[in-house]
Design a binder for this molecule. Structure first.
Ligand SMILES: [Zn+2]
Length: 271
């Protein structure tokens, strides 16, 4: 498990493991191995190596490359994440989000001064001119599975493959609670009202820095009216005849399966 402690961040060293990124790709060795020992890769002094924390007692660093170094091949972050257990998933997500923060905060957003120093104990860059601190950005999002009797709502956005259906999801707006965001997204995307909105679980989704928060909700009123340009199709699907849904490594797939199980249990209790 990853320890996100408050110890002083170490410099790269020989006993650490390294995660190497090239654009949105992860550099791997044989068998999709993405944790690279020092014997296979040594960061040079010009390279920004961001400390990710201790993972099973070992220090982990992430480094970003402009070209693929010899001896490594690249693989898509998304594809690699789907192959991981929860422990490796969270480590890889964190490494990617910290590397993105490091790349995207080269200058102070308030006064434009180049950001040079990092805080010794936390992931913060401090502006030497105006003292503003820049932390890794985390963008809260909601994702919701909606029940109507023995059916759940599944929708397909314009980007989704044909025949693949998923939950409704969206970013939380400034000043909004998570529950308000759930109700608003559902109203905007399919034109229905929901009730009994309750939190289920969460998952970091590093494309590039979302924190997905998963909810269940119950249908209240209205007819499904897909928002043009946002939703291609949306419908109520019987839980025993679902279409193709997202991979169970994603929170989307997980909350669909959990909701189906929950509905089946409530049916068996009522009979
Ligand atoms: Zn500044």
């Amino acid at each position: 498990m990853l320890e996100i402690g408050t110890q002083t961040h170490p410099r790269p060293h020989q006993a650490a493991l390294y995660i190497l990124l090239y654009r949105n790709q992860v550099l791997i060795e044989a068998d999709n191995q993405f944790l690279i020992p020092f014997t296979h890769f040594q960061p040079n002094a010009n390279m920004s190596a961001v400390y990710c924390g201790q993972w099973h007692g070992q220090d982990i660093f992430v480094c970003r490359f402009e070209a693929i170094p010899k001896g490594f091949t690249e693989t898509g972050l998304r594809e690699l994440l789907f192959l991981q257990d929860q422990d490796h998933y969270l480590l890889l997500s964190r490494a990617h989000q910290l590397a993105t923060w490091d790349r995207d905060h080269q200058f102070c957003g308030r006064c434009g001064t180049p950001m040079e120093g990092k805080h010794a104990k936390e992931h913060a860059k401090m502006c030497s001119s105006c003292n503003l601190r820049h932390y890794p950005r985390i963008s809260p999002c909601i994702i919701v599975s909606i029940r109507k009797g023995e059916q759940i709502l599944l929708a397909r956005g314009p980007q989704a493959p044909k025949g693949r259906y998923s939950n409704l999801a969206g970013f939380v707006e400034a000043g909004e609670t998570l529950e308000q965001a759930v109700a608003r997204e559902v109203r905007e995307e399919v034109g229905i009202e929901i009730t009994n909105i309750r939190y289920v679980s969460s998952q970091p989704w590093s494309f590039p820095h979302q924190l997905m928060t998963g909810f269940f909700a119950d249908y209240l009123s209205g007819d499904i009216t897909p928002a043009p340009g946002e939703i291609e199709e949306a419908a109520w699907w019987p839980i025993d005849a679902l279409p193709s849904i997202p991979n169970a490594a994603t929170i989307s797939g997980q909350i669909i399966l959990q909701h189906v199980e929950h509905i089946k249990q409530s049916q068996s209790r009522s009979t």
